[in-house]
Design a protein around this ligand. Structure first.
Ligand code: DON
Length: 557
C-alpha cells in the first residue's frame, strides 16, 4: 500500500516536473509582445494578455485606450484597417469610414468649381461615418476570448480617472487651437497643460455605455442620437440612417510571395498593400542596380525615388473603393508588369514627372499598433481620424473627436489632398463609398509563423516607410530597432522631383548635394511616420517602437 502511494508520489512529482518544464518552455519560446504609440496602449495590452486575452482582446483594449490617451489619432470617431493571423489563418478587416448618404462629388467646391479652403478638413462636414467601434466589435465577436466589457475596462478607467498629458501632446493641441481660431469646439475640450491629469467624463460615460450595451449604443442608441444632434448643430451630413447602415467588412487580405515570405497586407480600399508589394517586388527585380549600394547613398535614394514614381502614378489612376471601382489588383502586382515598370526607370537622372503615367495597358494622424500573443496570433492595426485630432470637432455630450476622412477622397480631379496626392474618378466622392487609404497594416509569415508585424501612420508616407523598414531589416540584415531608426526618405511623383526628408534623421550634406546635382529638390517635412513593429527571428522577439514618437515596445514573458 505504502509502496504504491510512494510510486504514485514519484509519478506525480515527475508529471509536475514535466508540466513545469513544458510551461516554462512555452513561456520562453513564445513571449507575447506589443508595440504601441504610447505607454497607456502598451499597459492596456499587457494587462489584457496577462488576464488571458489573446491578440484580438489586446487590440480591442489598446484601440479603446488610445481613444482616451492619444486623441491625435486614437479614436471612436474614425476608422481603420487591421491585418490578422489567428489560429494559423490570415484575415483582413476593413472598418474604414464611409461617405454619408447625402455626400456628393462636388460638395467641397464653390459655385465656380474651386475648392473651398479647409472644407474637407475642418468641422463636422469633413467627417465620414465612423467605423472604429463596429470594427473592434466585429473583431471581438469573431476572435475575442475575454468579455467585451473586460477589454474596454482599461479605457473606461483612463477616461474616468485621467491620464498624464505629455509635453508634445499639449504643444500640439495648443498649435491646433491657434490655427483654428475658434472655428470649432476643439478648444473647449483640448486646452491642455503638459503634466496635467486629464479626466474626460463625457468620454468615460460614452465608453461605459459601449462597454455595457455593445455596438448598438454607438450606431443606433444613445451615442448615435448624440452624434446626430451634433451634426445638426455643426451642419454635418451624417444621419441616423448612415449610422444604422454602417458595417465593417471582412475582406481577403492582399497576399504576395516575396523573399521567402508571404506578405499579408491591406487590399483596397487601401492603396498601401498594393504599393508596398509593388515596391518590394520592384526592388527585388532591380537587384542588379542596387547591388553594392550603401543605404541612403545618393544612387540608392535616386533608385528609391524612381521606384516610387510609377507606384504613385498607378495609385492616382486605378485605386479606390473596390465596392465602387474595379481595381485591377492582380495586374498591378503581376511580376511581368513589375518588370516592365522597372525596365522604364532611369539609372542615373531623375525621370521627368510628366513622363510617368499609370502603367496598365487600358484605363478602366493615424496611429498603428502591433501585437503578437503567446499562441502566435498577430494583429497589425492602423486606425485614424485622418489629420491629427481629425476634423478638430468634438461630439459634444459624447466627448469624442470626429474624423476628416472625406479629405482622402479626390475632391476635385488633380487637386492634391492634405498629403499632396491626387486622384480622379476611381476615388471621387459618392454616397456610402470608402475614401482611398494608404494605411498598410502588414504581416510577414514564413513556414506558417508570423515573423514580422508592422505598420505606421503618415498618410501617403505610410507604405514608403513600411517598405524602407522591411528592406533595411531584410536586405541590409539590420536589427529591427536599427531598421526602424534609420533615415527615411520619401518621393511621391508630385511635387515634381521632390525628395522629402525629416528632422529626426537626415541625409548627410554630401548626399544632399549629389542628389541636387541630379536635379532633385530636397525638402523638409516635419514628420515621416511612427512605425510600431515586432519581429520574431530565430525564436527571439523584438518590439521596436519608432524613436521618432512616444511609442513603447514590450516583450511580455
Ligand atoms: O487612410 C489614410 O491613408 C490616411 N487617412 C492616413 C492618415 C495618417 O496616416 C495621418 N498620420 N499622420
Amino acid at each position: 500500500m505504502s509502496k504504491i502511494s510512494n510510486m504514485s508520489r514519484h509519478w506525480l512529482a515527475l508529471l509536475l516536473a514535466t508540466l513545469a518544464l513544458i510551461i516554462g518552455m512555452t513561456a520562453t519560446a513564445a513571449p507575447a509582445a506589443v508595440a504601441a504609440p504610447d505607454r497607456y496602449g502598451a499597459d492596456a495590452a499587457e494587462e489584457i494578455m496577462r488576464a488571458g486575452g489573446n491578440a484580438v482582446d489586446a487590440a480591442v483594449a489598446v484601440a479603446f485606450a488610445l481613444a482616451v490617451t492619444y486623441p491625435e489619432a486614437g479614436n471612436l470617431g474614425g476608422g481603420g484597417l487591421a491585418t490578422l493571423v489567428m489560429n494559423g489563418r490570415s484575415y483582413f478587416l476593413d472598418y474604414r469610414e464611409r461617405a454619408p448618404g447625402h455626400a456628393s462629388a462636388g460638395m467641397y467646391l464653390d459655385a465656380a468649381g474651386a475648392v473651398i479652403p479647409d472644407a474637407s478638413m475642418v468641422g463636422a462636414r469633413a467627417a465620414a461615418v465612423p467605423g472604429t467601434v463596429m470594427g473592434l466589435w466585429q473583431m471581438h465577436r469573431k476572435f475575442g476570448r475575454l468579455a467585451w466589457r473586460r477589454d474596454l475596462a482599461p479605457a473606461v478607467k483612463l477616461a474616468k480617472d485621467g491620464y498624464t498629458v505629455s509635453e508634445p501632446q499639449a504643444e500640439h493641441a495648443r498649435a491646433v487651437i491657434e490655427s483654428l481660431a475658434g472655428r470649432t469646439n476643439f478648444a473647449d475640450y483640448f486646452r491642455l497643460q503638459a503634466g496635467q491629469n486629464l479626466r474626460q467624463p463625457e468620454l468615460a460615460a460614452t465608453l461605459a455605455r459601449i462597454a455595457r450595451a455593445g455596438v448598438n449604443d454607438f450606431y443606433r442608441g444613445r451615442t448615435a442620437a448624440i452624434m446626430v444632434a451634433e451634426m445638426r448643430r455643426q451642419g454635418g451630413l451624417i444621419d441616423a440612417q448612415d449610422l444604422a447602415d454602417y458595417r465593417a467588412i471582412w475582406r481577403a487580405p492582399l497576399t504576395a510571395s516575396w523573399a521567402g515570405y508571404t506578405v499579408i497586407t491591406a487590399p483596397p480600399p487601401s492603396s498601401g498593400g498594393i504599393a508596398l508589394v509593388q515596391l518590394l517586388k520592384m526592388k527585388q527585380l532591380a537587384a542588379p542596380l542596387f547591388a553594392g549600394l550603401g543605404l541612403n547613398t545618393p544612387q540608392y535614394v535616386h533608385l528609391l525615388a524612381e521606384l516610387e514614381k510609377p507606384v504613385f502614378a498607378d495609385r492616382a489612376e486605378y485605386l479606390g473603393d473596390p465596392d465602387y471601382t474595379k481595381v485591377p489588383v492582380e495586374r498591378l502586382i503581376d511580376d511581368a508588369y513589375m518588370a516592365a515598370r522597372v525596365g522604364a526607370i532611369s539609372k542615373d537622372r531623375p525621370t521627368a514627372t510628366a513622363a510617368v503615367g499609370p502603367g496598365l495597358a487600358e484605363h478602366h494622424q493615424t496611429t498603428h499598433f502591433s501585437i503578437i500573443d503567446r499562441w502566435g496570433n498577430a494583429v497589425s492595426n492602423t486606425y485614424t481620424l485622418n489629420d491629427d485630432f481629425g476634423a478638430r470637432a468634438i461630439v459634444r455630450g459624447a466627448g469624442f473627436l470626429l474624423n476628416n476622412e472625406m479629405d482622402d477622397f479626390s475632391i476635385k480631379p488633380g487637386t492634391p489632398n492634405m498629403y499632396g496626392v491626387v486622384g480622379g474618378a476611381a476615388n471621387a466622392i459618392a454616397p456610402g463609398k470608402r475614401p482611398l487609404s494608404s494605411m498598410t497594416p502588414t504581416l510577414l509569415v514564413r513556414d506558417g509563423h508570423v515573423e514580422m508585424v508592422i505598420g505606421t501612420p503618415g498618410g501617403s508616407r505610410i507604405f514608403t516607410s513600411v517598405f524602407q523598414v522591411i528592406s533595411n531589416w531584410h536586405d541590409f540584415g539590420m536589427s529591427l530597432t536599427a531598421a526602424v531608426a534609420a533615415v527615411r526618405v520619401h518621393h511621391q511623383l508630385l511635387p515634381s522631383q521632390v525628395i522629402f526628408q525629416e528632422p529626426y534623421a537626415q541625409l548627410d550634406a554630401a548626399t544632399i548635394a549629389a542628389l541636387e546635382q541630379r536635379g532633385y529638390k530636397l525638402e523638409q517635412q516635419d514628420y515621416n511616420g511612427d512605425i510600431q513593429a515586432i519581429a520574431v527571428r530565430g525564436g527571439e522577439v523584438t518590439a521596436a517602437p519608432d524613436p521618432r514618437g512616444t511609442g513603447v515596445g514590450r516583450v511580455i514573458h
